[in-house]
Design a protein around this ligand. Structure first.
Ligand code: GUN
Ligand code: ZN
Length: 438
C-alpha cells in the first residue's frame, strides 16, 4: 500500500482526557498521513508536507477530519424496524423486535441485512460498532463476515436468551455457551474483529444461562461483554421479582461474573447508588443511547452523575430502539437530554464520548478513537457546508467547537463526505448531477 496524505482541518483527542474541552488538539490547516492502513503522522500542514512529497495527496481543505465514530451499542437485526410506532420497552420487544429477529434464522437473509447494516454505518461516519446480533449463530457469522470484508474493527456477539421470549427465539444455557465459544474461537482477534458475550438482558436469561456465560467470560478474559441495564421502570421491577436474592439489577450480572472492564451496559438510566459504585470500581462502561431513551420513553440518563461518579460513558444509537444511525444526531439528542437534566454537555465532550472516550472505555485507544501515529487509519471527513442552511450558518462562526455543536443539531449522513477504514475509503458521498441541467 502506498502513503496517503490528507489536507484538512483536523480535530482529535490524543489523550485519555478528563476535560475534553481543553484536551482536544485542532489543526486548522492540518495534514494526516497514512501508510499500510495505519496513521503515520498528524500535524500542521506546513510543518509536514515537505516530508511527504511522494504521497498520494487528497485535498480536503475547508473540510473537517475526525477519528471515525464509535457506536457502542446497536442491534444489527433491528435495522429494518427503526421507527416502529407506539410502545415502551417490554411491549416493543414483544410486538416488533422478536418477530423481526426471527427472520435471522435464515443465513441468507442475515447476509442481506448485514450488507445494508454495514453500509449504513459507513455512510454515517461510523467505523466501529459494538453490535448485538440475533440469537442465531449463523447470523453472527454473516455480520462478522461482512465487517471482515471491509477490514473493520467491529465488536459483536450472538444474543443469548433462554426464557421470557417466544420459544422459536430461545437457546439454552448449554447451546448459548457452546455457540458463543465457537464464535469466539472463529472471530475474536480474527483480523480486527472482536467478540462480545451478549446475554440480551437479565429477564431473558435463566440463572443457569447467566452462570454458563460467566464461565465463558472467565475462560476468555479479553473478550468484551454487553447487555442491557436499568432502562425502564417495568423492566427493573421485573428483574427484582426474578432475582429476589440480588441486591439490585447490576448485582445480577456481577453475581455471575459478567461485570468487568470491557463490559458495556446499555442505558443505566435508573441506577441506585450502589450500582454507580460498582460500575466505578470495575470501570465497566455505560452506553448512553439518547434517541432510544426518548423514543421508548425510558427516561433521561444522568451524564453529570456518571462523570461525578467516574463511570466511563460512551454514546450509542441503540438502533432500532434508537431512531437514527447518525452519531452526530445522537450527540445532538444527548445534549437535549442533558438540558432536561439541567446540565450542558459541551460539544467537545459529546465528540469525545463517540471517539476517544469510547475507545478508552473499551481499552482500544491504541487502535481506534484518535489520530495518534501507530493507530489504525479509521477516520471521517465532514463537510460542514452540506446544504444551503448549513452554508448560511457557518458564515457566522467557524470555531471547531461551534462547528461540532451545530453539526450535532443540523447534520446527519448528508454531512459525511467520506469514511475511511484502515486507510481505505469505504464511503464517499456522490454529489448528484442533474441530467440535462446546465
Ligand atoms: N432490552 C432488552 N432487549 C432490548 C433491545 O433490543 N433494545 C433495547 N433498547 N432494550 C432492550
Ligand atoms: Zn439495545
Amino acid at each position: 500500500m502506498t502513503t496517503q496524505a490528507y489536507r484538512a482541518s483536523i480535530l482529535h483527542f490524543p489523550e485519555h482526557s478528563l476535560s475534553p474541552k481543553q484536551d482536544c488538539v485542532y489543526f486548522e490547516d492540518g495534514l494526516l498521513v497514512t501508510r499500510n492502513g495505519k496513521i503515520e503522522c498528524v500535524g500542521e500542514y506546513k510543518n509536514h508536507i515537505n516530508q511527504y512529497a511522494e504521497a498520494i495527496f487528497y485535498d480536503y481543505s475547508g473540510k473537517l477530519l475526525l477519528p471515525g465514530f464509535i457506536d457502542s451499542h446497536l442491534h444489527f437485526p433491528q435495522t429494518e424496524m427503526l421507527a416502529s410506532f407506539g410502545e415502551q420497552l417490554l411491549d416493543w420487544l414483544t410486538d416488533y423486535t422478536f418477530p423481526v429477529e426471527r427472520k435471522f434464522a435464515d443465513p441468507e437473509y442475515a447476509s442481506y441485512i448485514a450488507k445494508i447494516f454495514i453500509k449504513q454505518l459507513h455512510r454515517h461516519g461510523t467505523t466501529t460498532g459494538m453490535v448485538y446480533s440475533s440469537v442465531h449463530k449463523q447470523a453472527a457469522d454473516a455480520l462478522f463476515q461482512e465487517a471482515a470484508n471491509h477490514n473493520m474493527l467491529l465488536i459483536a456477539g450472538k444474543v443469548c436468551m433462554d426464557r421470557h421470549c417466544p420459544d422459536w427465539l430461545q437457546d439454552t444455557p448449554q447451546s448459548a455457551q457452546q455457540d458463543s465459544a465457537a464464535l469466539i474461537e472463529k472471530w475474536h482477534n480474527n483480523g480486527r474483529l472482536k467478540y462480545a458475550i451478549t446475554p440480551r438482558f437479565a429477564p431473558t436469561s435463566s440463572a443457569e444461562q447467566l452462570h454458563a456465560l460467566g464461565e465463558l467470560a472467565q475462560q476468555y478474559p479479553d473478550v468484551f461483554i454487553q447487555t442491557h441495564l436499568s432502562e425502564n421502570h417495568k423492566e427493573i421491577a421485573w428483574v427484582k421479582e426474578l432475582f429476589p436474592q440480588r441486591k439490585n439489577y447490576l448485582d445480577v450480572y456481577d453475581h455471575y461474573g459478567l461485570l468487568r472492564k470491557g463490559a458495556v451496559f446499555g442505558h443505566g438510566i435508573h441506577l441506585e447508588q450502589a450500582e454507580w459504585q460498582r460500575l466505578q470500581e470495575t470501570q465497566a462502561s455505560i452506553a448512553f443511547c439518547p434517541t432510544s431513551n426518548l423514543f421508548l420513553g425510558s427516561g433521561l440518563f444522568d451524564l453529570a452523575k456518571a462523570e461525578q461518579q467516574n463511570v466511563p460513558v460512551m454514546l450509542a444509537t441503540d438502533v432500532g430502539g434508537g431512531t437514527s444511525f447518525s452519531m452526530l444526531k445522537t450527540m445532538g439528542e444527548a445534549y437535549k437530554v442533558c438540558q432536561l437534566k439541567g446540565n450542558q454537555m459541551d460539544p467537545m465532550h459529546g465528540l469525545y464520548l463517540m471517539t476517544q472516550g469510547a475507545a478508552v472505555g473499551l481499552g482500544l485507544e491504541n487502535e481506534i478513537g484518535n489520530l495518534n501515529p501507530g493507530t489504525d487509519a479509521d477516520f471521517v471527513i465532514l463537510d460542514p457546508e452540506f446544504d444551503e442552511l448549513s452554508t448560511l450558518r457557518f458564515k457566522q462562526q467557524r470555531s471547531p467547537q461551534d462547528i461540532i455543536f451545530a453539526l450535532s443539531m443540523l447534520a446527519d449522513d448528508r454531512a459525511i463526505l467520506a469514511t475511511y477504514i484502515a486507510g481505505t475509503a469505504v464511503y464517499q458521498r456522490h454529489t448528484q448531477t442533474l441530467k440535462g441541467a446546465h
